[in-house]
Ligand binder design. Sequence first.
Ligand code: NAP
Length: 290
Amino acid sequence: MSKIGFIGLGIMGTPMCLNLLKNGFEVTVYNRTMSKTQKLVGAGAKAAETPTLAAANADIIITIVSDSPDVEQVILGENGVIHGVKSGSVVIDMSTISPAVTRKIAAVLKAKNVHMLDAPVSGGDTGAKAGTLAIMVGGDKKIVERCLPVLNAMGKTVTHVGANGMGQTVKLCNQILVSITNMAVCEAVLFAKRAGVDPKTMIEATKNGAAGSWQLANLGPKMADGDFAPGFMIDLQQKDLRLALETARESLTPLPALSLVHQLFTGCQTHGEGSEGTQALFKSLQRLAE
Ligand code: NAP
């Protein structure tokens, strides 16, 4: 069975790593804030003081940290994975980051005969806890097959979508779909309210028809109730929308609807709502109608 090095014990990383331990993998963990390793050590993991040391004894190294510069730092930086990793091992980055940065890291690792997969996830902390994440994987097909037992311990669907960087590209497609659908729900709820229709009645009437979506069924009632607690925070969503818009610029692809949603989320951030759930997009729209 593969030995795992696991780097990044945040909201997502901690439950994902616990699922690896539950499935019998031997795991060495690293986290920048060392105190967060205690829970995993209590569940049977070893703790390492640097990413280099977490990688040294592993066949597969998993990273799930915040943004592109953070992944570069833990893999290629001082005390990074690259200084300890064995030839022939696999680095799986499960963070949501730039496809271009992913390809750059994969090329540097390849020169040391280390494989890379980009395997970002969808499903939030509930999916991470339940081991039901959707995992979108870019990289060599044979390497994906080799890593399947590890990926299956954390996710319900593992889809190989192409070469390095394409896992991240598909994750950004996921964020385009989610954000623009959220915007449609905001407009329908606002329109219903202002026309004197109970928004929850509108949601019940429409959610099982052609307009049905996860956002309508889950975020719509929260908008109607004025419940803006996170779920998935606006600040994190904005990081993903920035990545999608930057990546689209590289291929001169216009994304007008996503740009608008990004601006309206910026309005939420201006009003101090960045740590609220993404359904607080509704407030940005509502302000336009006041
Ligand atoms: P989080 O709770 O903020 O955790 C971030 C983790 O990254 C922490 O362990 C943090 O260490 C570490 N980190 C950040 N920068 C670092 C650096 N420069 N060097 C070393 N460690 C660093 O974030 P999360 O919610 O788990 O998200 C992690 C990734 O998954 C992100 O790319 C996010 O977009 C993606 N994602 C999140 C969700 C979600 O619902 N939360 C869903 C899908 C995908 P410290 O503990 O020291 O701060």
